[in-house]
Design a binder for this molecule. Structure first.
Ligand SMILES: CC(C)(COP(=O)(O)OP(=O)(O)OC[C@H]1O[C@@H](n2cnc3c(N)ncnc32)[C@H](O)[C@@H]1OP(=O)(O)O)[C@@H](O)C(=O)NCCC(=O)NCCS
Length: 154
């Protein structure tokens, strides 16, 4: 599956995240998260048959953002989503999520965790119909913080 999409100010391509993008994804993790996933962790996830990861690239093939989920029976968990800081608020994460949801079959609920203080991500999730359904105490480190659990009923 490869999808061309228009976001504010540019054209992007959404396609399955593959091994050739792992170095860029690991570099993006370091920029975007205080506890980044390593290249090895990403590689392991990509190799899991229950996982689905999509990347957004520009015309030159530069990775701009990605999203990953894992599905078990009729439940899906969003594992990660991120966009390069300088390219946020253009609709890239929204395109990634739209493409991801198009690919999900026979899923009843989609879950995710998000830092309590991460208002940009929570707003994004609200626009996609996710609603808070619980909390995980001290789920995150650097800094220690609770996670809000959100669910989208499909
Ligand atoms: C959260 C994140 C992925 C959003 O990516 P993005 O490409 O900027 O998101 P979009 O442009 O598709 O935004 C869609 C909507 O989400 C909401 N939103 C996104 N960023 C927001 C912000 N900084 N403040 C308020 N609302 C925001 C808005 O409703 C926005 O629609 P609008 O721009 O028309 O108002 C991005 O901020 C990011 O990479 N953050 C760091 C990594 C992270 O926290 N990931 C989530 C882990 S749980």
């Amino acid at each position: 599956m490869v999808r061309c999409a228009k976001v504010t100010g540019m054209n992007i391509i959404i396609s399955p995240l593959d091994a050739a993008m792992l170095d860029e994804a690991a570099a993006m993790e370091k920029i975007c998260f205080s506890v980044p996933w390593s290249r090895g962790m990403l590689e392991q996830e990509l190799g899991d048959e229950q996982s689905l990861w999509l990347g957004a690239t520009d015309r030159e093939g530069r990775l701009l953002g990605y999203v990953g989920c894992r599905c078990v029976l009729d439940e899906c968990s969003i594992m990660n989503i991120t966009v390069l800081p300088e390219l946020r608020r253009r609709g890239i994460a929204s395109k990634l999520l739209n493409c991801l949801f198009e690919r999900l079959e026979d899923i009843s609920n989609v879950y995710l965790e998000v830092r309590e203080s991460n208002i940009p991500a929570q707003r994004l999730y609200w626009t996609f119909g996710f609603r808070p359904c619980g909390k995980r105490r001290s789920y995150y480190q650097k800094p220690d913080e609770d996670a809000v659990i959100m669910v989208k009923r499909m």
